[in-house]
Design a protein around this ligand. Structure first.
Ligand code: NAP
Length: 299
């Protein structure tokens, strides 16, 4: 990404410090890069420290500035506190992006309790625990901060075949609305972004398994006729993080080209899948998990 891809002047985020969960990959990395380019200090947190360190080194080499990689599993409150001790070094963050998530497609009747927990413990519980731990520190110090959570458009209409994610993201949207009122008057505001399709490796492997680069070949049902461009998402995130948008509080904003209005923006198209297609999907998702040594369980 280049500064000219963004809508803002070069020093817009100078003096800001932004903490991004899942900032080593995908959309989190994109938002980290944008904040860095605009002069913010950036902290990226996730489970795979080698990935975070590589991202931090690449972004600093490309743009200068400071990206701090910190290991953290947001399912574990102690791990969150240890990560926040690092993130608060020097000065407190001025913004948090709850971006970390897990998800995979499955027929709901094929899910085990472990499969439900694999998603809900990251998205529903982990986003809350991270927000709570940051909030306590900000409130105790009287700091001002902006929290942006990355949800999905299925917070409005649900989605078949990703039910643990649909339930969890709806919970994060409810947290956004609830805390915008409870903590808004104490300097901490809350908004959420609901992206449409922004192809990332993580998302494609578990939500469109086996499709690779064909996954988004036909975007004709989307009113804008294409997938999202990463700088478009970054522009919205920066807007919500910057104090200039302080009067925006408690909102969930879609950035999907109108996909949700046109198509429902969810996985209802998978109703026609055969048993064989579900078997293939499951095999492909397990291969991805084995490769990444990640936490998606036998569903
Ligand atoms: P991604 O690259 O797979 O990002 C997920 C990130 O979350 C990874 O960096 C991962 O790092 C981190 N993570 C997962 N579990 C974690 C845990 N327990 N503790 C800490 N970090 C954890 O996928 P993405 O597409 O960029 O998704 C980013 C966000 O956008 C997600 O909230 C997703 O639901 C949302 N979203 C994406 C799209 C899209 O089109 N891409 C559309 C709608 C919404 P580690 O594995 O190293 O922990």
């Amino acid at each position: 990404m280049d500064l000219k891809d963004l809508m803002y002047r070069a020093d817009l985020m100078a003096g800001q410090k932004i903490l991004i969960t899942g900032g080593g990959t995908g959309l989190g990395r994109v938002m980290a890069e944008a904040a860095l380019l605009l002069g913010a200090q950036v902290v990226i947190a996730g489970r795979r420290i080698a990935t975070l360190e590589a991202t931090a080194a690449e972004l600093e080499a490309a743009h200068g500035g400071c990206v701090i990689p910190l290991a953290c599993d947001i399912r574990d409150p102690d791990s969150i506190e240890a990560m926040l001790d690092g993130a608060w070094q020097g000065r407190a963050p001025t913004g948090l992006i709850n971006n970390a998530a897990g998800n995979f497609i499955s027929r709901t009747e094929d899910l085990s309790p472990k499969g439900f927990d694999a998603v809900a413990n990251i998205v529903f519980r982990g986003s809350f625990l991270t927000t709570l731990a940051c909030g306590k520190r900000w409130l105790a110090a009287g700091d001002r901060a902006s929290v942006v959570s990355i949800v999905t458009t299925w917070v409005w209409n649900g989605s078949p075949f990703v039910v643990p994610s649909a339930m969890s993201k709806a919970g994060v949207a409810a947290m956004t609305q609830s805390l915008s009122v409870e903590w808004g008057g104490r300097g901490i505001r809350f908004n959420a972004i609901a992206p449409g399709p922004f192809p990332t490796e993580g998302m494609t492997a578990r939500l469109k398994p086996g499709e690779g680069s064909d996954a988004y070949a036909d975007m004709s049902a989307n009113p804008i006729g294409r997938v999202g461009r990463m700088p478009e998402l970054a522009n919205l995130a920066v807007y919500l993080l910057h104090p200039g948008s302080e009067y925006v509080n408690g909102q969930v904003i879609a950035i999907d080209g109108g996909d949700f209005q046109a198509t429902g923006g969810n996985f209802s198209g998978l109703r026609s899948w055969t048993d064989d297609q579900w078997r293939e999907a499951r095999t492909s998702i397990r291969k991805t998990d084995a490769k990444q040594n990640s936490a998606t369980p036998d569903n």
